[in-house]
Design a protein around this ligand. Structure first.
Ligand code: UD1
Ligand code: CA
Length: 476
């Protein structure tokens, strides 16, 4: 989704670069309405923080500088920054104009376009930001703001136009009755000409209802100075939605879910019930995969061709091989081989590796274990810290006893092994290739290849015991 002009056109001539000099992300506000110990911009949707989404869109513009203005929760927010993004501290939140001033002060001489956007508009796309920059540069404007037309403009700055175009942005609290009727709002996303921005910031005053330095006043100042000011109306107003409380966050998460699902559907993924399917933005689904209802795919999960996941499945950081089926399963950090089958009601923990065609069945938990190609753990088992070879079968109810109360130990099961039902494999222990173990065995000693291990008390039948001890019940 990286929308960039190619550096060169097909004839090899240079095309004008639309690379901004800087992107400034405003994220110093407190976000009290989230009622959370977590800074607002670090709340998550679609597998990323709000700020992470904004920065991903900003990074796609390949700006020379990427600055995040932090204040409340500054250390926590700054600690999440990666790549080019750099935190600049705004000690007191004296307004959006002040925030940009603080950021610019760290940037030195700037020639070119400066993009400013809030850290709490996670649905903004790189394509829209690039369209804003392109329009701004094509118009040679001093300011180009991204506006949106909404049904309820309450609380927003209104875009006031006259015959010459955009005249000013007037904040809700400063607006008269006529201005309050305007439904075109300022989204707080802008492209500025760097030098013009710097010059007008020094002219801002706190002469307004909130006693703050409003970035929005730059629009009017540029206009008064005779500099061209424009607005690009966002093609999709949803992209510009901000987030002030958890209800809005839930709404944005739903919109992001729908957008992600639609992209996968268009790319050839069968999502049977998009309303109950939640796929993080970094998840990769190959064409002809099927996602059944009530399924959540998180983190770096990858699902290969012809695999079927769900229903009722949650996968985090998993790889699902082609043609595999994963049904009613919870898994984290598992690699599921091609044509393997998992579920129903399976629980896979980090370090699980299932070979091609392997099976993990009902009520089976696997942790830090490799289960080789064609091997099966079909029913009611725990497999932890074990390596199981190929074509082996682990009987129903088998438990790998990996923990002695102090340390974890490993268990090795070879190829073509038949572990009987209801065994305990007491680690550290090794069962050799082709070996069998009797049902109900506690295997505490290594089993050589090809042997049958019987690790249980010999059964004895006490003849006539019931008739002697329970005479009334003992009639056979
Ligand atoms: C702002 C705009 C308004 C627009 C609205 C869109 C101004 C004066 N008004 O209003 O026209 O319709 O956004 O949502 O800009 N921030 C800082 N430091 C500060 C103040 C704010 O970093 O000193 C950050 C906030 O964390 C937030 C963003 O700037 O991410 C916007 O600030 P906010 O207080 O939400 O502005 P609004 O009053 O919503
Ligand atoms: Ca806001």
């Amino acid at each position: 989704s990286l929308i960039r002009l190619p550096a060169r056109d097909p004839l090899g001539d240079c095309v004008p670069s639309a690379r901004p000099a800087a992107v400034i992300v405003l994220a110093a506000g407190e976000g009290t309405r989230m009622r959370s110990a977590t800074p607002k911009v670090l709340h998550r949707l679609g597998g990323r923080t709000m700020l992470g989404h904004v920065l991903a869109a900003a990074e796609a513009l390949d700006p020379e500088h990427l600055v995040v203005v932090v204040g409340h929760g500054r250390d926590e927010v700054a600690a999440t920054l990666t790549g080019k993004a750099r935190a600049v501290v705004q000690e007191t939140q004296d307004g959006t104009g002040h925030a940009v001033e603080v950021a610019l002060a760290t940037l030195g001489e700037l020639t070119g376009t400066v993009v400013v956007l809030p850290g709490d508009t996670p649905l903004i796309t790189a394509a829209t930001l690039q369209a804003l920059v392109d329009r701004h540069e094509a118009d040679g404007a001093a300011t180009t703001l991204l506006s949106a037309v909404v049904d309820d403009a309450t609380g927003y700055g209104r875009v006031v136009r006259d015959e010459r175009g955009v005249r000013a942005v007037v904040e809700h609290k400063d607006a008269d009755a006529a201005t309050l009727e305007v439904r075109e709002i300022n989204t707080s996303v802008y492209a500025f000409e760097g030098a013009a921005l710097r010059a007008s910031l020094s002219e801002l005053t706190t002469d307004n209802a909130q006693g703050e330095l409003y970035l929005t006043d730059v629009v009017g100042l540029h206009r008064e100075a005779g500099r061209p000011v424009g607005a690009l109306v966002a093609p999709d107003a949803d992209e510009t939605l901000g987030c002030n409380d958890r209800a809005q966050l839930a709404d944005l998460a739903r919109k992001l879910r729908d957008r992600t699902n639609l992209a996968h559907l268009r790319a050839g993924v069968a999502i049977l019930d998009p309303q109950t399917t939640w796929i993080d933005v970094d998840v990769v689904l190959e064409p002809d995969t099927t996602v059944e209802r009530n399924t959540s795919l998180h983190g770096s999960t990858v699902v290969r061709r012809d695999a079927v996941v769900g229903p009722d499945t949650t996968l985090t950081d998993c790889e699902v091989g082609s043609g595999a089926t994963v049904t009613r399963t919870q898994a984290t950090g598992a690699v599921i081989g091609p044509r393997a089958t998992v579920g129903p009601f399976s629980y896979l923990l980090p370090g699980t590796v299932l070979g091609e065609g392997a099976k993990v069945g009902a009520y089976v938990e696997v942790k830090a274990s490799t289960i080789g190609a064609g091997s099966k753990v079909p029913h009611l088992s725990y497999v932890g810290d074990a390596t199981i070879g190929e074509r082996s079968n682990i009987g129903a109810g088998t438990i790998v006893v990996n923990y002695d109360g102090v340390a974890k130990h490993r268990t090795t099961v070879g190829d073509d092994v038949r572990v009987g039902s209801n065994n305990s494999l007491v680690a550290p222990v090794e069962v050799g290739d082709g070996a069998y173990t009797a049902a109900g065995s506690a295997i505490t000693e290594d089993v050589p290849p090809g042997d049958l291990a019987v690790g249980r008390a010999q059964q004895r039948n006490i003849e006539g015991w019931v008739a002697r001890k329970r005479p009334k019940k003992g009639k056979p």
